[in-house]
Design a protein around this ligand. Structure first.
Ligand SMILES: [Zn+2]
Length: 198
């Protein structure tokens, strides 16, 4: 009888009498594999869908998913602002404002998923890297909120030019630096996790 083994690290499924020596996806060793019954036996559509959803739930990484929202939107918002500055386009400037609103909404969601994974996988470790990540996340939320509020209160902020618009652009680049560093430390944590598991 064909048996199905699942990698407990990444969820990879292997069919055979014994687990593979190394997981082809995450390089975890054979002892990280567990035998699962019945999976792969079901041939009905509903059964397969249930299996697929089950695997997705087990390997779902809410923080990695949610972190991509501010990580992708912030560079785009800053790019739109620079283009608006160069071209004088009001619609590009307004698009940047719309993105700023989504950024401010997405940061607390990302912070919350980050808090849960910090609690679950790292037992609220007080290592420097977590202190940096938490401080940077609060700083990011503060700067992003300030940028959005300032622009909402002063719609002609960018077109007015002068010191105000220069400082506003500077704040935007500061926000970009924060999210870049957060992504960098996040990447470091993920690759460290892979090394200890594999
Ligand atoms: Zn694996």
């Amino acid at each position: 009888m064909m048996r199905t083994w699942r990698c407990t690290i990444c969820g990879y499924l292997h069919e055979g009498d014994s687990p593979p020596a190394f997981c082809p996806l995450c390089h975890a060793t054979a002892d990280k594999f567990e035998l699962i019954e019945s999976v792969g036996q079901s041939r009905s559509f509903a059964g397969r869908l249930k299996e697929a959803l089950g695997q997705m739930r087990e390997t779902f990484a809410p923080h990695a998913v949610s972190a991509h929202f501010p990580a992708a939107l912030i560079p785009t918002a800053v790019l739109f602002l620079v283009l608006a500055m160069v071209s004088g386009s009001r619609s590009l400037e307004f698009a940047a404002l719309a993105l700023q609103v989504v950024i401010v909404v997405s940061i607390p969601v990302t912070m919350l998923t980050g808090f849960f994974i910090w609690q679950k996988n790292y037992h609220k470790s007080r290592s420097v890297i977590f202190k940096k990540k938490i401080a940077l996340a609060w700083l990011l939320l503060l700067i992003a909120s300030a940028i959005m509020m300032w622009r909402l209160l002063a719609p002609d902020l960018l077109s007015n030019g002068g010191a105000g618009s220069a400082f506003y652009l500077l704040l935007n680049f500061f926000m970009l630096a924060c999210v870049t560093l957060l992504g960098h430390y996040g990447g470091m944590l993920v690759s460290a996790q892979r090394k200890t598991d594999g």
